[in-house]
Design a protein around this ligand. Sequence first.
Ligand code: DAH
Length: 344
Amino acid sequence: MKEQLEKLREEALLLISGAEDFAALEGARVRFLGKKGELTAILKQMGSLSPEERPVIGQLANAIREALDEAIASRRQYLEDKALSERLVKEELDVTIPGTPVKMGHRHPMSIVLQEATDIFISMGFSVAEGPEVELSEYDFDRLNIPVGHTVREWQDTFYVTEDEAVHLRCQTSPVQVRVMEKTKPPIRIISPGRVYRKDEVDATHSPMFHQIEGLVVDKGVTMGDLKGTLNALVRRLYGPETKTRFRPHHFPFTEPSCEVDVQCFICGGAGCRVCKGEGWIELLGAGMVHPKVLQMSGIDPDVYSGFAFGIGLERMTMLRFDIDDMRLLFENDMRFLSQFQGV
Ligand code: DAH
């Protein structure tokens, strides 16, 4: 029996120390030390031993059990260490590899130009006002001296929100003038950028939604000279100090006198070309001296105060700034177009 035990020890130790993974190790443990294991099986024959032999064999059996337990523990430790170091090698992090850059977005060309224009106006003492896009007809029309019957109040021009025509999507940023005037005592010097809506078909120069920058200055002694000086300063800072402007008489219900301001064509320099349709000039904005009736309707005394106002098309301004010949490019979100403004 002693030999049997020693043979078992030898065989078991060999198997344990050679176990290549946890399953093989567990297999060896069950095979030798399990309830139905080989050591147990040998010990079950102890009854047939003489009383002298029994303690000797018992001791040997215990020693073997301990030796196997120890061998299994140390092999398990070895396998665990090995697994860990393999994992560490596999998951090694090379901090010297350059990182994958995060793809940054960038500003839309209209945001770029709006920011430029806003900076210019702020440098001239203007602040930025806001108004709602869903507007009362009273603000967008009546109090801008656009009475019932005027063409822009027609259903085919205007997106009405209510059947009684009292609420609509504003067709200009001019109602912000009224909102500012009724709340603020002069001096007033604001711009108000925002979206406006008209029932226009989409083409190279039209969209049912576009953007304007409204401007309003009200103070004592404001003249047409101030209007020209301000708008010339804007145009020259946006498009270069040599840029020529033309103030052309026009009509707006809320200004008197009114004008439109053209910029000399940046393509042909005034000779006439496809972009300016042979005119040599490109229209940029509408402006004028605030109509006394408009001042009065908002509680400002036209005998004391005067003012000028303007409305610039932001799409037009952006197209001029970057030589863009189709307005649809500004709204179609084509990355081949937009990505050209990265870093501008
Ligand atoms: N609201 C006008 C438009 O949409 C533009 C405009 C013209 C605004 C003259 C003004 C102005 O403030 O004085 O066509």
